[in-house]
Design a binder for this molecule. Structure first.
Ligand SMILES: Cc1cc2nc3c(=O)[nH]c(=O)nc-3n(C[C@H](O)[C@H](O)[C@H](O)COP(=O)(O)OP(=O)(O)OC[C@H]3O[C@@H](n4cnc5c(N)ncnc54)[C@H](O)[C@@H]3O)c2cc1C
Length: 339
C-alpha cells in the first residue's frame, strides 16, 4: 500500500482539473482494505476513485481518496461456449477488453475505449453501442467499509439501470473485482445495430472471421473521431444525462421543433440533451477556459487551465438556457465534488 499526503489529483481526473486531496492511498486488494478498516480510515471522509473519468473536482477534497492498483485477470470457469473471467478493480477496462478480444472472448468489444476502471464499470453500468456492463457482469465482489466484511453481489442484486446501479447510491461498498461472463466464437452475439456501427465496419467484415477485432477497431475509430482524447483535451465524456419526459411534453415541443429527435421509453420519452444544447447555441462556445466541444455539444471540455468551478459555471448556464428554450431540465451525469 502507498500513501501520499496533500496529493495533486490533476493526473487522476480526465478533465485534468487541479485539486488536492488530504490523503491519496493506493491499495492492492482486500487485505489492504482490511488494514485501512482497522486503522479507522473509513470513519472519516473518503471516496473511491478509478480513472476519474466521471468526476469534476470543484474544490480540494478534504478527505481520503482510495485507488485500486490490483490488475489481475483470472479464468474461473471455461467450457466450449463461455468463460467466467475475474478482473480486479484497478485494471483499466479497455486493457481488459483488448486482452479479451485478442483471445476471442466476446461480449465487451462494443465497450472499447471508454475511459473506465474495472471497479467503476458496474458502479456506473457503463455502456456504448447497445451494450452495457450489466450484459456481461455475472457478479461483483465488494468490501463493506462499515464492518470490514466482503460480499458477492449477483447481477440481479446490482440493480443496474441507465448509468446507474445499487453501488452508486451505496458508496460504502468498494468494488474489489468483477466476474464477467464472456463467450467463445461459437456463441458470440455481436451487437451491430446501434448508431452507425454496422455501416462503419470494413467492407470485408464477416461475423465468422475476425469479427471481435474488427468491431473493436471500428468502435475505437468512431469514438476517436467524435470524442476528445483525454490525453489531449480534458473532458468527462457526456456531461449531461438525456432527460426523460412525458409524451405530452414531446408533443408540445414537436409543434415548435418538428425535427426534434426523441426515443420512446417504457415510461415517457428520452430527448438527446446534446441536441437541445446545440439548438440553444452552445456547440463550440467557450466561457473562460471551459467550453462545449465543437464536435459534440454534450461534452464539456477543459481548454487548458480551467478550474472545476469554471466548468460547473458553464454547465449551469447551459442548464438555464435549455430550460428557457425548451422548458426541460437537464441534469449532469458527471459527479461534482464536493457535491
Ligand atoms: C472521453 C470520455 C468518453 C466517455 N464515454 C463514455 C461512454 O461511452 N459510456 C459511458 O458509460 N461512460 C463514458 N464516459 C464516462 C466514464 O468513462 C464512465 O463514467 C466510467 O465508468 C468512469 O470510470 P472511472 O474508473 O473513471 O470512475 P471514476 O470517475 O473514478 O468514479 C466514478 C464513480 O465510481 C466510483 N468508483 C470508482 N471506483 C470504484 C470502486 N473500486 N468501488 C466502488 N466505487 C468506485 C466513484 O466513487 C464514483 O462514484 C466517458 C468519459 C470520457 C472522459
Amino acid at each position: 500500500m502507498k500513501e501520499y499526503k496533500n496529493y495533486q489529483l490533476k493526473g487522476n481526473n480526465t478533465f485534468g482539473i487541479p485539486a488536492l486531496c488530504d490523503r491519496f492511498i493506493e491499495y492492492a486488494g482486500i487485505e489492504d482494505l482490511k488494514e485501512l478498516y482497522n486503522n479507522k480510515t473509513f470513519e472519516g471522509k473518503w471516496m473511491s476513485v478509478g480513472c476519474g473519468a466521471n468526476l469534476l473536482f470543484c474544490d480540494d477534497y478534504h478527505g481520503v481518496i482510495i485507488h485500486s492498483t490490483a490488475q489481475q485477470i483470472e479464468i474461473l470457469e471455461e467450457n466450449d461456449h463461455t468463460l467466467l473471467v475475474r478482473a480486479e478493480a484497478g485494471l483499466v477496462l479497455d486493457d481488459f477488453i483488448a486482452q479479451a478480444v485478442d483471445k476471442g472472448w466476446g461480449g465487451m468489444e462494443n465497450l472499447s475505449a471508454i475511459p473506465c476502471s474495472v471497479g467503476a464499470a458496474p458502479v456506473q453500468n457503463v455502456g456504448a453501442y447497445g451494450v452495457e456492463a450489466k450484459d456481461v457482469v455475472e457478479s461483483v465482489l465488494v468490501f463493506d467499509t462499515r464492518d470490514g466484511s466482503s460480499r458477492t453481489f449477483t447481477n440481479a442484486e446490482c440493480t443496474f439501470g441507465y448509468r446507474n446501479s445499487f453501488f452508486k447510491s451505496n458508496p460504502q461498498y468498494v468494488v474489489v473485482s468483477v466476474d464477467f461472463r464472456l463467450t467463445k466464437k461459437s456463441d458470440w452475439k455481436l451487437r451491430l445495430d446501434y448508431g452507425n456501427l454496422r455501416s462503419a465496419l470494413p467492407d470485408q467484415f464477416s461475423e465468422n472471421g475476425e469479427a471481435l477485432r474488427e468491431v473493436r477497431e471500428t468502435v475505437c475509430r468512431i469514438r476517436h473521431e467524435k470524442l476528445p482524447d483525454p490525453a489531449v483535451i480534458g473532458s468527462a465524456g457526456s456531461f449531461f444525462k438525456n432527460p426523460v419526459v412525458d409524451r405530452a411534453v414531446v408533443d408540445r415541443l414537436l409543434c415548435d421543433y418538428p425535427k426534434m429527435p426523441f426515443y420512446e421509453m417504457g415510461e415517457g420519452c428520452k430527448i438527446p440533451a446534446g441536441w437541445m444544447i446545440e439548438q440553444s447555441g452552445w456547440k463550440g462556445k467557450k466561457m473562460g477556459n471551459a467550453g462545449v466541444y465543437e464536435k459534440q455539444a454534450l461534452v464539456l471540455v477543459n481548454h487548458g487551465n480551467a478550474t472545476g468551478k469554471e466548468v460547473w459555471k458553464l454547465a449551469q448556464s447551459i442548464v438555464r438556457s435549455v430550460k428557457e428554450k425548451f422548458g426541460v431540465e437537464i441534469s449532469p451525469e458527471v459527479i461534482k465534488i464536493p457535491e
